[in-house]
Design a protein around this ligand. Structure first.
Ligand SMILES: [Zn+2]
Length: 396
């Protein structure tokens, strides 16, 4: 990498909005984020390329596009984060704390980042009168096939499956406080994208091509107006291979004191067997809880996820859950023995697993719930918000 590319990819402190295009609030809105993790500069380089080419096309856009840099202070230093992971920081408590109106002094560098991002994002969401899409570009320390991470709402599924990418469902159940989970709960259609290895040039290419395809799928630009549309479709197809849909089954959470070391040579989507010796930590061997495919094995120092285990979902289950959700079966679940409403209203249920032994988590997944936590013998699940209908479209 020569010094000009290096300078071009760095953003100034607090300068989150790299570029924006289009003003039509009744059309769709697309927010693209790069560098929420400051060591992942490929996303920033990709959106800069898009920004250069898109300005000439602006009169033909039927919606709005906003290109954002995530953790600007971490991007400047080339580190994942300064004090705390910005992509685990979007919890209700932090959002309230860092609301532009709260005027609380930031405790962490990432509080400042979040305050600035909220100040930039909230007016865009407030003014939207059409569907809102959010795309978050990431990269991984290990080599491997790119893939999309998708919170399991029907609207997210529809958007993600319109793109030629492998989809990983249910990541939001494993990670608290991601930017996309926050935007998803507000009502945006969201998709995360792991574009490849942090420093590979191909990652920048794949990210750029995906942004063009996402703009077209969101209905902001016509296929004939996308510069080199066929080329971009081919780049994404070649990088991701045959699209599949997987669910996350397990996350191996780690802390710094665990001294977690992944065994070398694992790549995304590599098949693993139950009990396979995957890594070592302070206590000894870390073995696979179940067989499946390994995802995002950690080969860098900073991070809270050692690896994930995923499993392919058969099309029948996807079809069944779409049918059940469209029938609003979830509204009736609290009539079943052992299933109770909570004081958080009809969205959050407590499942007494001693009584409701036949309703394991998978059934609630099918119906559009996510696991919140276990409380003794009880499983607490909450309904994913805005599963089927957009809150933006009917604001008129
Ligand atoms: Zn990342």
């Amino acid at each position: 990498m020569d010094s000009t590319t290096k300078t071009a990819e760095i953003v100034a402190e607090g300068e989150h909005l790299i570029a924006s295009f289009g003003t039509e609030i009744c059309g769709p809105t697309l927010l693209v984020f790069g560098g929420i993790h400051g060591n992942e500069t490929a996303g920033i380089r990709a959106v800069r390329r898009v920004a250069k080419k898109i300005s000439a096309l602006e009169p033909r856009l039927s919606g709005r596009v906003y290109l954002f840099a995530g953790n600007t202070r971490a991007l400047q230093k080339g580190v994942r984060f300064i004090d705390i992971d910005l992509n685990r920081h979007w919890t209700d408590a932090n959002i309230t704390r860092n609301d532009p109106g709260s005027h609380l002094p930031p405790q962490f560098s990432e509080d400042r980042e979040q305050m600035e991002l909220l100040a930039a994002i909230l007016p865009i969401l407030d003014s939207a009168r059409g569907e809102v899409y959010a795309l978050d570009l990431h990269s991984t320390s290990a080599e491997g096939v790119p893939f999309a991470t998708v919170g399991d709402t029907m609207r997210n599924r529809r958007f993600a499956t319109s793109l030629p990418v492998t989809i990983l469902l249910g990541i939001e159940e494993q990670l608290e406080g991601t930017l996309l989970e926050y935007l998803n709960n507000i009502g945006a259609v969201t998709m995360g994208f792991e574009g490849g290895q942090h420093y590979a040039e191909s990652t920048v290419n794949t990210h750029e091509s995906l942004v063009w395809l996402a703009m077209e799928r969101a209905g902001i630009i016509a296929w004939r107006d996308v510069p080199d549309a066929e080329y971009h479709a081919q780049v994404v197809k070649n990088a991701t291979g045959k699209p599949e849909i997987l669910e996350i089954r397990y996350r191996h959470a780690i802390a710094e004191e665990d001294a977690f070391t992944m065994h070398p040579g694992y790549e995304n989507f590599q098949l693993i067997e139950k009990d396979e010796h995957l890594a070592d930590d302070r206590i000894g061997a870390v073995r696979a809880r179940e067989s499946g495919v390994i995802l995002m094995p950690l080969y860098q120092k900073l991070g809270e996820d050692g690896f994930f285990i995923g499993r392919r979902i058969r099309p029948f289950w996807l079809w069944l859950s779409a049918v059940l959700r469209s029938l609003h079966i979830a509204d009736l679940m609290h009539f079943l023995p052992g299933v109770h409403r909570t004081d958080r209203g009809r969205e959050v249920l407590r499942v007494d697993t001693k009584v409701a032994r036949f309703f394991p988590l998978q059934v609630f997944h099918l119906l559009g719930f996510r696991k919140l936590r276990w409380a003794g013998e009880s499983l607490i699940v909450s309904r994913r918000k805005h599963d089927i209908e957009s809150p933006f479209k009917d604001r008129g």
